[in-house]
Design a protein around this ligand. Structure first.
Ligand SMILES: [Zn+2]
Length: 238
């Protein structure tokens, strides 16, 4: 999906879903999806628009920050730093240019109607308040409604959603939304545990404290027995 155009100009362009046009078509896709959910995302793909991450602007900004904190951005050790940071941000925020839901477009008919859980999916994301990383694991579960997705696809969704500036609460909901929307499953549960650098290396400086967020949909929300079963699977020793 990523196309490198002019590397020497330190910028690249990617395709993203165009929000304006997608708003209307999303309704169509959503209606259609639960009926014939094995359709590839042609509609979504035809609505792809272009966006850019401006490497040059990030580079200039990092030089400005270095000067502002009293450093000399032209000293030997810092000369390449703005370029490295720009490259790092492009990687850390690559999810902004992607539609993680595309991984869930292909589903398979399956009569299995119990919990599917992929747990301990490691991720690193970026806190949008401080632009510092938060890292941890995500547990992603659903109860199929006649169709299943590939297990690795759930991990891919976590990976791409994590590559954005955000708060953990929204990340949890975003993953649940995507699965609920694309798989039309009977239940969706997403639990994320993470340590936030903005709490451990600055501010209150509490290393080791974990933040846990949870989003439950469908049967996991309405049926205590289903939710209890999910929690026991998540907490089951390896
Ligand atoms: Zn923070």
């Amino acid at each position: 999906m990523i196309r490198y155009l002019h590397k020497e100009e330190m910028r690249y362009r990617m395709s993203i879903a165009c929000h304006d046009t997608l708003a209307d078509s999303d309704d169509l896709v959503a209606q259609d999806r639960c009926v014939s959910s094995n359709e590839p995302g042609d509609v979504r793909r035809t609505l792809l628009a272009e966006s850019t991450i401006d490497f040059a602007a990030i580079t200039v900004a990092v030089r400005t920050i270095l000067k502002a904190v009293g450093e000399d951005p032209d000293r030997d050790g810092l000369l390449e730093t703005p370029r490295r940071v720009a490259k790092m941000y492009a990687e850390m925020f690559s999810g902004l240019q992607q539609d993680p839901g595309r991984h869930l477009e292909v589903t398979f008919e399956e009569s299995y109607d119990e919990i599917v859980l992929v747990r301990d999916i490691p991720f690193t994301s970026m806190c949008e308040h401080h632009l510092l990383p938060f890292r941890g694991v995500a547990h992603v579960a659903y109860i199929p409604n006649g169709r299943v997705t590939g297990l690795s696809k759930l991990a891919r969704v976590v990976e791409e959603v994590s590559r954005r500036p955000q708060v953990q609460e929204r990340m949890t909901q975003t993953i649940a939304d995507l699965i609920e929307d694309r798989l039309c499953s009977r239940a969706v549960g997403v639990i994320i545990k993470a340590e936030h650098s903005c709490m451990s290396i600055r501010g209150v400086r509490k290393t080791g404290s974990l933040t846990v967020t949870s989003t439950m949909r469908g049967a996991f929300r309405s049926d205590p027995a289903s939710r209890a079963e999910l929690m026991s699977l998540i907490n089951m020793p390896n």
